[in-house]
Design a protein around this ligand. Structure first.
Ligand code: FRU
Length: 701
């Protein structure tokens, strides 16, 4: 059987309420068919109100996104038998407005031989496949067959085809499957489109572990010919999954277009774990060429520690618990991977500091010789467990210590891939400092990897220099619709992260989709970048504003907005003006001891989403997080649009130039909304708060 290539996979139904409730709110008589028979009122306080969830069981990636005959189809990776990943099949839901969904019967069930992984659907209007007729052309799904041990090709992943002659409700598998097999166990996630200029179909796929996207062409969707490959490039500290290639006008000019290649990556994304990067460039019918390709690699500077010749002047303290072993650091830096460890990659030279000697359990610390900070940046490669100093329980961190105080701290991302961490220490030039590695974590991923510490004038090219669809923790497997009206490029994504997806505290379902977004290319900082906003259809579930304000000062004591009804989804739009404040922000899902914070840090010039005290964070050690996106103020302020549901927060900032999406699991009665300012007074402008979707009581509006 195929095993997911992810490091942290540890090894009845009352359905969703909001379809019914919105039907009530809009007065529309939605016929409910299929597996779900929604009842009024949510079955669980964390059941999203305006985001799609299956009535029950596990869901991951969106699949087969197509608009056809006025209907938006959403298929999805689904386990028909359980609330964890497995038995992969395609579930199905439909919508006419992208906001209210009707769950349909299972579209493509798994079999003993074949699990049905992610893929796409096209409308074969001219019946090029011959699978329909000229009068009734088929919808054709290209999906990945993940062959099981009971099949003739155990462990192989190949691309297969299924077709529907009734508009996507029932599906037949093609007899000649698979249609594209390269003998790989990591070849998946086909997304197909009609390449108008060349008059043929183009399919993007990944060879996941090679961090490579492949392009193939076909005249009939059955015979596929190799065109080219792209990658590895930019973020590669994980597997590449779910690619998508499409063309968009720049700044709305139809004569000036670019091609966008989305590549989802797990783990190793900018916020940690799963995420979606993208490249902007050209596709000439054969190959994709990005306009901007950054070279990773060590930055210039003074190498302070490379661990090639022993620990040098570092003071290493092993065996803090007195068990007699020489862990966690051993007597010399490790020559790469240690026994019982997943493969360690991404370090420079032959050796690195690897605190996995004796496994995760041993505790200890290692301290560098003192040095004077004389360059603006400390750059280094860091990997291992995600156990920040600020988190609960033992930490596993690399710290910068000045006058006995920790002034900077880094931790890993639950992966054995090292990646660059850059600290801006320009404010500390002239001070004496030491680096200190503390391995105080004894459980899973309780170790640190460190290599190649370089003092430089600038930061290492790293994750924050690449382009990302979202800078939060929960936006994965993003992929776009085919055949939308007006060629709108609309994406859906699984609002989750493989790090903890199987542990999220919801039942009887597990997994939600993020809001559908409209993508556009806009010139920002001299190059075309994606700008993303919720689709306009969000306005169809707008309630009347419950709070409006042109402007208001935000004193140190804060500004309270009216609390939400428990269980009510809502949107807050406002401009934050830091003024004299070091930090200004919005708190949502606020209770006595908890809040999710959307804040602007003036000195760091970044917008952040902090869920470290957002409610239930304890179900997985990697859940606690603060994610940030670099974002300059415009005219002294930053415009925010925050969509808050019972278990998620999505932030669209600066007109959609930056987005942050996080799951949260607050107490149902944590309904407070407020604005705060720290270190000085600020202000807010053009504030509107409005409910979204159904009234939680189930009453019509
Ligand atoms: C992405 C992914 C895909 C695969 C599917 C299996 O989350 O790993 O690569 O097709 O999930 O469920």
């Amino acid at each position: 059987m195929y095993r997911r290539p992810r490091p942290d996979l540890r090894p009845t139904s009352r359905p969703t309420a909001w379809t019914t409730a919105i039907a009530l709110a809009t007065g529309a008589a939605l016929a409910l068919t299929g597996a779900a028979a929604p009842a009024a009122g949510a079955d669980h306080p964390h059941r999203p109100r305006i985001h799609f969830t299956p009535a029950q069981n596990w869901m991951n990636d969106p699949n087969g996104l197509i608009h056809h005959d006025g209907v938006y189809h959403l298929y999805f990776q689904y386990n028909p038998e359980g609330d964890r990943w497995g038995n992969m099949s395609w579930g199905h839901a439909t919508s006419t407005d992208l906001m209210t969904w009707e769950e349909q019967p299972l579209a493509l069930p798994y079999s003993d031989e074949e699990h049905v992984f992610s893929g796409g659907i096209v409308f074969d209007e001219h019946n090029t496949s011959g699978l329909g007729t000229a009068e009734n052309p088929p919808l054709v799904a290209l999906y990945t067959s993940a062959y099981t041990d009971s099949s003739e090709r155990p462990g192989i992943q190949a691309q297969s085809l299924a077709y529907s002659l009734d508009g996507g409700y029932t599906w037949e598998r093609y007899e000649g499957n698979p249609v594209l097999d390269i003998g790989s166990g990591e070849f998946r996630d086909p997304k197909v489109f009609w390449y108008e200029e060349g008059g043929y179909w183009v399919m993007s796929t990944v060879v996941a572990t090679e961090r490579r996207v492949l392009f193939h062409r076909s005249d009939d969707l059955v015979d596929w010919e190799f065109l080219s490959g792209f990658g590895p490039a930019h973020a590669v500290n994980g597997v590449w999954e779910v690619p998508d290639l499409f063309e968009l006008p720049v700044d709305g000019d139809p004569d000036d277009t670019r091609w966008v290649l989305i590549v989802n990556l797990n783990p190793g994304s900018v916020a940690g774990g799963s995420g979606a990067q993208y490249f902007v460039g050209d596709f000439d019918g054969t190959a994709f060429t990005p306009e901007r390709l950054l070279d990773p690699g060590p930055p210039d500077g003074e190498v302070f520690a490379d661990f090639e010749d022993g620990y040098g002047g570092w003071e290493v303290v092993n065996d803090l618990d007195g068990d007699g072993g020489d862990g966690p650091f051993g007597t010399a830096p490790a020559a790469g991977t240690l026994p019982d460890q997943q493969e360690v990659v991404g370090y420079e030279g032959d050796r690195l500091l690897n605190s996995y000697v004796g496994g995760d359990a041993p505790r200890g610390h290692a301290t560098s010789p003192a040095f004077t900070i004389d360059r603006d940046y400390v750059n280094m490669l860091v990997g291992g467990g995600h156990h920040p100093r600020s988190g609960e329980g033992g930490h596993a961190s690399v710290d910068l210590v000045v006058d006995g105080e920790v002034v900077r701290s880094a931790t890993g991302d639950d992966t054995e891939h090292l990646d660059w961490v850059s600290w801006d220490v320009s404010g500390l030039v002239g001070r004496t400092a030491r680096l200190r590695v503390e391995d105080d974590a004894t459980g899973g991923w309780g170790h640190v990897l460190l290599d190649h510490v370089v003092f430089s004038d600038g930061p290492a090219a790293g994750l924050t220099d690449y382009d990302w669809l979202d800078w939060g923790r929960d936006y994965y497997a993003a992929v776009s619709y085919n055949d939308t009206p007006d060629d709108a490029r609309v994406t859906m994504a699984w609002m989750n992260n493989w790090q903890y997806a199987e542990d999220t505290p919801t039942s009887p379902w597990r997994g939600a989709m993020a809001l559908p977004r409209r993508l556009e290319l806009e010139t920002v900082g001299g190059r075309p970048r994606l700008v993303q906003n919720p689709v306009d259809q969000l306005e169809s579930i707008y309630g009347a504003p419950v709070y409006e304000r042109d402007s208001a000062p935000v004193p140190g004591s804060g500004l309270d907005l009216p609390p939400a009804e428990p269980g009510q989804a809502y949107q807050v739009e406002l401009t934050l003006r830091p003024g004299q404040a070091q930090e200004i922000g919005l708190r949502v899902h606020e209770g006595a001891d908890q809040a999710t914070v959307i804040g602007y840090d003036t000195a760091a010039r970044e917008l952040f989403l902090d869920r470290s005290a957002s409610g239930d964070t304890g179900f997985h050690h990697a859940f606690t997080s603060r994610s940030a996106v670099p974002l300059p103020l415009e005219g002294g302020g930053v415009r925010l649009r925050a969509v808050v549901d019972t278990s998620s927060v999505e932030v669209f900032a600066a007109g959609g130039r930056a987005t942050l999406t996080d799951l949260v699991f607050p107490d149902p009665d944590a309904t407070g909304i407020s604005v705060y300012a720290d270190g000085g007074g600020g202000s807010v402008e053009d504030v509107t708060v409005r409910p979204l979707g159904p009234d939680p009581s189930g009453a019509a509006e």
